[in-house]
Design a binder for this molecule. Structure first.
Ligand code: C2E
Ligand code: CMP
Ligand code: CA
Ligand code: CA
Length: 392
């Protein structure tokens, strides 16, 4: 089905009950009657008007058309292809998908009760039960994650960021961990997307900020005031109208300067719109440093560099990892390091796992590095006991 718009005359049948579904429709103008047929007689179910969608059921549950659709007057329809609709449904959250399947099943039951022929629904049962399991697992995991926050099961670890020329630690990145009583230590890639998609990102983000700032204050006491703290900030936190007020409040309470804090943002932030971009600019005007994380993994990175004043570019570990083994990664890393230098930005290479890679990056003009070679993310206590040991 390639034409996007189709016109029908009054009385014209759009499709018949029992046919396979090939596309769905949105009514741009006109009216459509939906009816089921039994014993040679039509039973009207409903009349649909402008802006309503129909013909979606057979696409979503892949069963035959549940009813016949007829134009009641001159009608213009926008055609939505099977692929377009299926792709969207498959990308939807499992709970939303389950909801759609159940609503369709109920409508089919209703139509059967109104006289619409034989029951074509077997086969669907298994699909719905698989979907239901997925939805239940997701809902359960989400509520566990939310509960974990209220039960104070999240902790921050800190990973050193070092100067590549002399190995000196200049700051740390705060990285969240979930200490689950049942699952052990859970990495953020297992649960942060759930938090980032929900409004609890705001209280969780505030907790991260406060904790990381208070811990930087402890690190300052142990190692001097030059160390900085990098804090990952997700787009969801920046829609909070009180973000800046909270950030400033937490900073002052911890006795820090704005320049002690680097806010790590990703290119995702630029997609969120001008308000968020200007909020970041406001932070920068106050003296906070802005670090662009995972550089090169998103879209049109170079244009974003023009859009906003930044302080740091972080070269993503996917490039750093291949520096010794693959020419493409090596060349990209080199280009990003040069780009940072040309633009007057600090450059941090992430995911450095060996001395060779560290040396190679230093040769490329990358000033700073972070990775297991220098230190894994560790709790604050690790750094404080290290200090005590060094003093003894
Ligand atoms: P990220 O910001 O890119 O963090 C770097 C990740 O690389 C961390 O994973 C770190 O442990 C890991 N890493 C560091 N050095 C090495 C290395 O040498 N080799 C390897 N293989 N990995 C290394 P982690 O802690 O699991 O965090 C994953 C992601 O979760 C972070 O990626 C960040 O996007 C998100 N995240 C972590 N903590 C927070 C947080 O407090 N707030 C927000 N909004 N996101 C967070
Ligand atoms: P589908 O089964 O693909 O084809 C017939 C369409 O009519 C169906 O999708 C729905 O869009 C619509 N439809 C079927 N039954 C009803 C109903 N009871 N109420 C409203 N719309 C219906
Ligand atoms: Ca980061
Ligand atoms: Ca990163």
């Amino acid at each position: 089905m390639s034409t996007l718009v189709r016109d029908y005359k009054a009385g014209e049948v759009i499709f018949r009950q029992g046919e396979p579904g090939r596309c769905a429709y949105i009514i741009e103008s006109g009216r459509v009657q939906v009816s089921v047929r039994k014993d040679g007689e039509d039973f009207p179910l409903t009349t649909l008007g402008e802006g309503e969608i129909f013909g979606e059921m057979a696409i979503i549950d892949r069963l035959p058309r549940s009813a016949t659709a007829t134009a009641l007057e001159a009608t213009r329809l926008c055609v939505i292809s099977q692929d377009t609709l299926t792709e969207r449904v498959q990308n939807a959250d499992p709970v939303v998908r389950l909801l759609m399947m159940m609503m369709i099943r109920r409508t089919r039951n209703m139509n059967l009760a109104a006289g619409g022929g034989s029951d074509p629904r077997r086969g669907l049962v298994q699909e719905i039960s698989v979907l239901a399991k997925e939805a239940v697992d997701q809902v359960r995991f989400e509520s566990e994650v939310k509960l974990a926050f209220t039960q104070k099961e999240f902790r921050l670890n800190y990973q050193p960021i070092v100067r590549l020329d002399n190995g000196q630690t200049v700051g740390y990145e705060a990285l969240i961990r979930w200490h689950s009583p049942s699952m052990g230590v859970v990495a953020p890639n297992k649960f942060m997307s759930i938090i980032e998609e929900s409004s609890i990102m705001i209280p969780v983000g505030r907790w991260i900020t406060e904790q990381a700032m208070n811990d930087l204050n402890e690190l300052h006491k142990a190692y001097g005031p030059d160390l900085f703290m990098s804090i990952n900030v997700s787009p969801r936190q920046l829609v909070d109208p009180n973000f800046l007020r909270h950030l400033e409040g937490a900073r002052m309470k911890a006795g820090l300067q704005p320049g002690d804090i680097k806010l790590e943002i990703t290119e995702q932030i630029f997609v969120q719109g001008a308000t968020i971009v200007s909020l970041i600019e406001e932070c920068r005007k106050l003296g906070y440093k802005i670090s662009l994380d995972d550089f090169g993994t998103g879209y049109s990175s170079i244009s974003y560099l023009k859009e906003m004043a930044l302080d740091v570019l972080k070269i993503d570990q996917s490039f750093v990892r291949g520096v010794m083994s693959d020419d493409k990664s090596k060349n990209i890393t080199q280009v990003v390091a040069s780009l940072a230098n040309v633009l007057g930005l600090d450059c941090v290479a992430e995911g450095i796992e060996s001395a060779e890679v560290a040396a190679e990056l230093a040769k490329m003009g990358c000033m700073y590095g972070q990775g297991y070679h220098f230190g894994k993310p560790q709790p604050l206590s690790h750094y404080l006991t290290q200090k005590i040991k060094a003093a003894a």
